[in-house]
Design a protein around this ligand. Structure first.
Ligand code: GDP
Length: 196
């Protein structure tokens, strides 16, 4: 698929240092451990494209994966580590808000949330900022394989209901990196954002 072409391009120490605001980019964000790296690797059909940094509170790089010239996936650092000092959290939130507001090439945001506990505080903040900035959001309920069909459906419906409160372009779907459930739908959404 188009996304198998993804290859590491650059890292940036923080979003303010992201260069090349041209073309189209789609950002992936989520609490750490939400399954973001797994989802990126599943999308790209590559084992180690995105790597998880398992060091809580450390400054994590933003990784840029290029699909073709002027088309990028942006892997934003995971958030929500309890151990991170409040000052650092504030700084990160501010930078993230700025990125969503000012980045002209940003055409979509994928927010990854564990299907068992979606829409935690920081997830909600992020989605609000995206809606405010008119960035369409795909809320991916990850690790869908962890739930049986009935419970999975119930969680999806609950999350879709909750998403209405954002009063914006927020789509919710389930996803599993383990069995690729939801992968075609994810690709379809990305295709739309990339004008494919
Ligand atoms: P990240 O911190 O958001 O990048 O999360 P990772 O992709 O590293 O995943 C965190 C943990 O969740 C790892 O132990 C993964 O094996 C597990 N995980 C990720 N995706 C899935 C999934 O779709 N199903 C299941 N069952 N586990 C998953």
């Amino acid at each position: 698929t188009y996304y198998t072409q993804a290859k590491f391009s650059t890292s940036a120490p923080d979003i303010r240092h992201l260069e090349g605001d041209e073309g189209i980019e789609v950002a992936f964000a989520g609490r750490s451990n939400a399954g973001k790296s797994s989802a990126l690797n599943t999308l790209a059909r590559q084992k180690n494209l995105a790597r998880t940094s398992k060091t809580p509170g450390r400054t994590q790089l933003i990784n840029v994966f290029e699909l073709e010239e002027g088309r990028r996936l942006i892997d934003l650092p995971g958030y929500g580590f309890a151990q991170v000092p409040i000052a650092m959290k504030k700084k990160w939130q501010q930078a993230l808000g700025e990125y969503l507001q000012k980045r002209k090439s940003l055409k979509g945001l994928v927010v990854l949330m564990d299907i068992r506990h979606p829409f935690k505080d920081l997830d909600q903040d992020l989605i609000y900022w995206a809606v405010e900035a008119n960035i369409p959001v795909l809320a991916l309920l990850t690790k869908s394989d962890k739930l049986k069909a009935g419970k999975r459906k119930a969680q999806l419906m609950m999350a879709q209901e909750a998403a209405l409160a954002f009063m914006g372009d927020v789509t919710v779907q389930t996803f599993s990196s383990h069995n690729r459930q939801g992968l075609p739908e994810l690709e379809q959404m990305l295709d739309g954002w990339f004008h494919r």
